[in-house]
Write a protein that binds this ligand. Structure first.
Ligand SMILES: Cc1cc2nc3c(=O)[nH]c(=O)nc-3n(C[C@H](O)[C@H](O)[C@H](O)COP(=O)(O)O)c2cc1C
Length: 305
């Protein structure tokens, strides 16, 4: 089994395997590292960081739904300064690729965050969250607007030499147009997808189960939507794709790779099984061995229609 090459490239970023943990589901890696072997993963993506710390939305912020969950955390995070001081020293020791996710409420804030963080050697790439549905300012206002996504990509590109991945919103009519503009403005890759806007009400109180009223839907419920979005990008734009949305096991991960994802991220599954990422790495390796695949990357975009 060990002869199989699991490594993949996302532009100039080399990963030992395609399995990443998704932003917002593993904080800054410290808690989950007690429950799973992070060094076995392709990498982890941090919780979205903003320039200043954010408290996020008031509770209730999370509710379970059929085959998924709704969250409206509102980008609660420690801010870049505390991140550098208190989180980087731990992340440095993890022996896996660190991708830093950034959220902001203005283009200037994205640029400022990236400028501050780019000198940190431990950070190997940036994932730019232009698609959070749960904050009033920024978030989907950017993510649903082609020219904003273009300008953010262009200006962040100018602020760092590290690979830039733009995390796209599924809440748009044509996601391929967004991938196209990211490519045009010098982005290295796109992540697809962030959560879908959803809501859930209690029939007795007649109130929303989430204080923010709407939240982001994630988990297996969104997987077919995510697969369709990844395929749409793959068929229309030549840019590396990181696929996510409802990946629970290695079969889901393989499906994303077949429709065109060069790497995948595991999000909601971490709350059910913190070892899911490691199990996916093992499962993909075994699948390759059964299928006589020597390089896992051969599977990327190998779909038949
Ligand atoms: C509780 C929670 C918090 C999240 N926070 C962030 C975040 O801070 N930044 C971000 O880009 N995505 C965030 N996401 C979205 C996930 O990274 C991912 O795009 C989405 O959940 C779909 O993948 P999944 O179905 O595997 O969870 C969050 C998701 C959840 C469930």
């Amino acid at each position: 089994m060990s002869k199989i090459d699991l490594s993949v490239n996302i532009g100039s970023l080399k990963l030992k395997n395609p399995v990443l943990l998704a932003s917002g589901t593993v904080g800054y890696g410290n808690e989950i590292s007690q429950l799973t072997d992070i060094s076995k993963l392709g990498g982890i993506v941090t919780k979205s960081l903003s320039l200043k710390p954010r408290k996020g939305n008031p509770p209730q912020r999370i509710v379970e739904t059929p085959s998924g969950m709704l969250n409206a955390i509102g980008l609660a995070n420690v801010g870049v300064e505390v991140f550098i001081k208190e989180k980087i020293p731990f992340l440095k020791e993890l022996n896996t690729t660190l991708i830093c996710n950034i959220a902001a409420s203005s283009i200037e804030e994205y640029v400022e965050c990236v400028k501050i963080l780019t000198s940190e050697e431990t950070i190997q790439a940036f994932e730019i969250n232009v698609s959070c549905p749960n904050v009033r300012e920024g978030g989907l206002i950017f993510g649903n607007d082609l020219s904003s996504v273009g300008r953010i990509t262009e200006q962040v590109r100018a602020a760092t030499n590290k690979p830039i991945i733009i995390k796209l919103s599924p809440n748009v009519p044509k996601i391929a147009d967004f991938a196209e503009i990211v490519k045009k403005e010098g982005g290295d890759a796109v992540s697809a997808i962030n959560t879908l806007v959803g809501a859930s009400f209690d029939i007795y109180t007649r109130k929303p189960k989430i204080k923010n009223v709407t939240g982001g839907l994630s988990g297996p419920a969104i997987k077919p939507v995510a697969i369709a979005k990844v395929l749409e990008i793959k068929r229309n734009v030549d840019i590396p794709i990181i696929g996510l949305g409802g990946i629970m096991n290695w079969k889901d991960a393989a499906e994303f790779m077949i429709v065109g994802a060069s790497a995948i991220q595991v999000g909601t599954a971490n709350f059910i099984n913190p070892n899911a990422g490691n199990e996916i790495v093992d499962g993909l390796e075994e699948f390759c061995s059964q299928q006589k695949i020597i390089k896992l990357s051969e599977m990327i975009g190998s779909y038949q229609i």
